[in-house]
Design a protein around this ligand. Structure first.
Ligand SMILES: [Zn+2]
Ligand SMILES: [Zn+2]
Length: 266
């Protein structure tokens, strides 16, 4: 069984918890250490029991307390060489370099990092597979290249950025240079681009999608969810469950375990 929790999502800090068999991984550590440890505690996870922290890229909303967590509790940090070159991660005894396109096994979880376009040194997304489930997590990408669509297909859960609504961004308060950065090929995904990428998965679209890394200024959870769900429904993919990860604190939980049993237990 593989379980995923959204602990924090957005420019004020990102963190996802993934657990399968006896292995527990944190994906991103972009909040303060106190918050990260608090969020883990809410899920019953002591930080020293983590088997690793996976980092997609070096922007502070993804790595803010990664080094502290790693140093204090002796947790391995898995990231590309480019990401590990950041001044706060460099020379860590717990750094473990990963290569885009090359699978690695961490306990009961097989991890596949894959390259994404973003204004960082060597950004990746992660596809995580356990015995009975596959989860793909990727935020912070300017567009979804054709090479990335196969990473989404047949995942059981996809955590994907839906950063901004293009109309809101155009009409909003961001200065021109920042609007252009967000909209650029190495910026962030719009609701529209996210819907487009999901459509491109066709009948191999993940049955459950969490929209993540929403802009506080240029998007709303309702707008993102409606936009993506309507686009999917229009092409016959209305069965896909679309949820939105909250910015602060543990929000969504997904499990590959039997749904009916879960529903009754809840
Ligand atoms: Zn980010
Ligand atoms: Zn970023």
């Amino acid at each position: 069984m593989i379980d995923v929790w959204a602990l924090a999502s957005g420019s004020s800090g990102n963190a996802y918890l993934v657990r399968a068999g006896g292995t527990t991984l944190l994906v991103e550590c972009g909040t303060t250490l106190a918050r990260a440890v608090g969020y883990l505690g809410q899920r019953g996870v002591a930080p020293e029991t983590l088997d690793g922290v996976l980092l997609t890229h070096e922007h502070s909303d993804h790595i803010r307390s990664a080094r502290q967590l790693s140093d204090r509790y002796g947790i391995p940090m898995f990231a590309t060489e480019g990401t590990l070159g950041h001044r706060t991660l460099r020379d860590s005894p717990h750094a473990r370099a990963v290569r885009p396109g090359k699978r690695l096994r961490i306990g009961d979880i097989e991890v596949l990092p894959f390259r994404v376009p973003h204004d960082a040194a060597e950004p990746v997304g992660f596809r995580l597979a356990a015995d009975d489930g596959t989860v793909c997590i990727t935020t912070d990408l300017g567009f979804v290249p054709e090479t990335v669509i196969p990473r989404f297909r047949d995942s059981d859960l996809l955590v994907l950025e839906a950063n901004h609504d293009e109309e809101m961004l155009h009409a909003g308060p961001y200065p021109r240079f920042l609007k252009q950065r967000v909209l650029g090929q190495h910026g962030h995904l719009s609701n529209d681009a996210t819907a487009e990428a999901l459509s491109a998965c066709g009948d191999r679209v993940p049955p459950e999608v969490w929209l993540a890394h929403l802009s506080l200024v240029n998007n709303t959870p309702g707008r993102a969810q409606t936009h993506v769900a309507e686009r999917l429904a229009a092409i016959g993919l209305g069965h896909v469950v679309v949820d939105v990860a909250k910015r602060h604190g543990p929000s969504l939980h997904w499990s590959s375990g039997p749904r009916m049993v879960q529903a009754r237990l809840l």
